[in-house]
Design a protein. Structure first.
Length: 428
C-alpha cells in the first residue's frame, strides 16, 4: 500500500525571511529530520535561537557546515536526549572549536556548556559525499556544495518526495573549493538560500587580482595591510591568494585562523588544492603571543587576523596600531553587518566610541562564499522534476525579487514560496 505524500511537511524553524539562524525540519509520521540548528545574534551579541523542536522527535540532525548560524543552537538538543548527528569530519572538528569559543564569549546566555558540546559530538557520525544514509524512513545523501571545506547540501528521499536543501552554497571556483555539484538530481522540492538573490558578484579572478595588486601597492610604499578575516575559510582563502602568487613580504596570521588552518590541512581531501594552503602555512608567520603581535605591524607586510568584522579579536588591536597612518591599509574581505565596526569604517571612516578617524586606506573586496543570482538560476536549471522552490536565508525584499525572476523564467509552472519562521509547508 502506498503511503500518502501529505504526511510529509517542511517546517521553517529558522532562516525564514532572514539571513542566518538556519533550521529546517522535514516531518513525517511524527518523526523529524532536522537540517541545521543555528543562531543569530542581537545588537548586544546575545544569541537568538530558532524555533523549538523536541529532541526526542528528531530522527537525525544533519549539520551542513560549521558556521554558527547553522550550528550554534545544536548542542541545546543534547542536554538530556541524544539524537543521531550526521556531518562531514571537517564540519565536526571546526564546530567543536567554534562552539567552545561561543561558550567562552556567550556562556551566561546559553543553555549548554563544553560538556554538552562533547556529548553532542560523541554521538556524531562522520559521513562523506554521495553516501546514502538511512535515518528511519528518511534516506539522506550529503552533496558537495562549494561553500567552505566540508560543507554539504542535503538530498532527502522520503515517501516518494525528493527534497534538496542547498544550505549555503557557491557555484564558482575559489582557492579552497570547487563549484557546487548539484546538477542532474531529481528534485520535487528545492530549499535554497537566497542571500544574494538579487545581485551578482564580480568575476572571482578579477577580485583576486585587484586585491593582490592593491596589497602590493601598499607594501611597496612602506605600508602594512591589515586584512580582518573570518576564521573559517576566508582567512585561509586570503592566505592562498598571497601564497599562490609568490608574495615576497612578511605575512602574519593571528587569531583562530591558525587553528582552523591546521584542521583544514588535516583533512586535505576536502580542499581543492591542499598544496597551496600548505605552502602558505609553511611560509607565513603564525603569531604565537604578544611578542609576535608587537612585531607584526612594525614592518611593511600583511596581517591576516580575526575577527572579520572587527568586533573583537586581534584584528581590533592591529587596527588601533595601523589606522592612524595613511601609508597603511585596512582591506576588508568579509561581509560587514550593519552596526559592526567594519561597517562603520566603510561608511563613516571612524572606529571606536570616540569616533577615531581611520587615516589608512580602506577598501572592501567581494570574496563571498555564497552564490549569486546567476548561480541560483543556474542551479535551478540543472535540476529535474522541480515542482516547488522554498526560498530561505535571505532578506525578504531580495527574496521577492528573486521569486519574481524565477516565476517569469518558468511561466509560473514552478511554485515559489517565501515562508516566515514557524510556517509548516505541506507537500502534496
Amino acid at each position: 500500500m502506498t503511503r500518502k505524500n501529505s504526511r510529509v511537511s517542511i517546517e521553517i524553524l529558522g532562516s525564514g525571511r532572514e539571513v542566518g539562524r538556519a533550521a529546517i525540519s522535514i516531518n513525517y509520521n511524527g518523526r523529524k529530520l532536522l537540517l541545521d540548528y543555528g543562531v543569530n545574534f542581537d545588537e548586544n551579541d546575545n544569541p537568538i535561537f530558532p524555533g523549538h523542536i523536541r529532541p526526542r522527535d528528531i530522527e537525525a540532525l544533519v549539520l551542513t557546515h560549521s558556521h554558527l548560524d547553522h550550528i550554534g543552537a545544536a548542542p541545546s538538543l543534547y542536554v538530556s536526549v541524544f539524537p543521531r548527528l550526521i556531518a562531514t569530519p571537517v564540519t565536526l572538528d571546526v564546530s567543536k572549536l567554534l562552539l567552545y569559543d561561543m561558550i567562552k564569549l556567550n556562556g551566561p546566555f546559553l543553555p549548554y556548556d563544553n560538556a554538552t558540546v562533547d556529548d553532542m559530538l560523541g554521538h556524531a557520525e562522520t559521513r562523506g559525499y554521495g553516501e546514502k544514509i538511512t535515518a528511519g524512513d528518511f534516506e539522506v545523501t550529503l552533496l558537495y556544495n562549494g561553500h567552505i571545506p566540508g560543507s554539504a547540501a542535503v538530498y532527502v528521499n522520503i515517501d516518494s518526495n525528493t527534497i534538496l536543501y542547498t544550505s549555503d552554497f557557491n557555484t564558482v571556483t575559489t582557492k579552497l573549493m570547487e563549484p557546487a555539484r548539484l546538477g542532474g538530481y531529481k528534485v520535487n522540492t528545492l530549499i535554497i538560500e537566497s542571500t544574494y538573490g538579487s545581485s551578482n558578484h564580480p568575476p572571482r579572478e578579477e577580485t583576486e587580482k585587484l586585491f593582490y595588486d592593491s596589497v602590493e601597492e601598499v607594501v611597496k610604499k612602506g605600508g602594512t595591510v591589515l586584512v580582518p578575516s573570518f576564521s573559517v575559510s576566508r582567512g585561509q582563502e586570503i592566505m592562498c591568494i598571497l601564497a599562490e602568487r609568490g608574495f615576497s613580504y612578511p605575512v602574519w596570521i593571528d587569531g583562530m585562523i591558525r587553528q582552523i588552518t591546521e584542521i583544514y590541512l588535516a583533512h586535505g581531501e576536502y580542499l581543492r588544492d591542499p598544496s597551496i594552503l600548505s605552502k602558505a602555512a609553511n611560509q607565513f608567520r603564525m603569531v604565537k603571543g604578544w611578542q609576535d603581535r608587537r612585531k607584526a605591524y612594525k614592518k611593511p607586510g600583511v596581517i591576516i587576523a580575526s575577527a572579520g568584522m572587527l568586533k573583537g579579536g586581534p584584528s581590533l588591536y592591529y587596527l588601533k596600531k595601523l589606522a592612524g597612518d595613511p601609508k597603511n591599509a585596512v582591506f576588508l574581505v568579509s561581509y560587514q553587518a550593519e552596526g559592526t565596526p567594519g561597517r562603520r569604517i566603510i561608511e563613516e571612516g571612524v572606529y571606536g566610541d570616540a569616533d577615531i578617524p581611520v587615516k589608512a586606506r580602506v577598501q572592501w573586496f567581494d570574496f563571498s562564499s555564497h552564490t549569486d543570482q546567476n548561480g541560483i538560476m543556474q542551479t535551478i536549471k540543472g535540476l529535474r522534476g522541480l515542482e516547488r522552490i522554498i526560498l530561505v536565508h535571505g532578506d525578504p525584499m531580495i527574496q521577492e525579487e528573486l521569486a519574481n525572476k524565477i516565476k517569469e523564467e518558468y511561466d509560473g509552472n514552478i511554485e515559489v514560496l517565501i515562508p516566515s519562521n514557524g510556517e509548516n509547508i505541506q507537500l502534496r
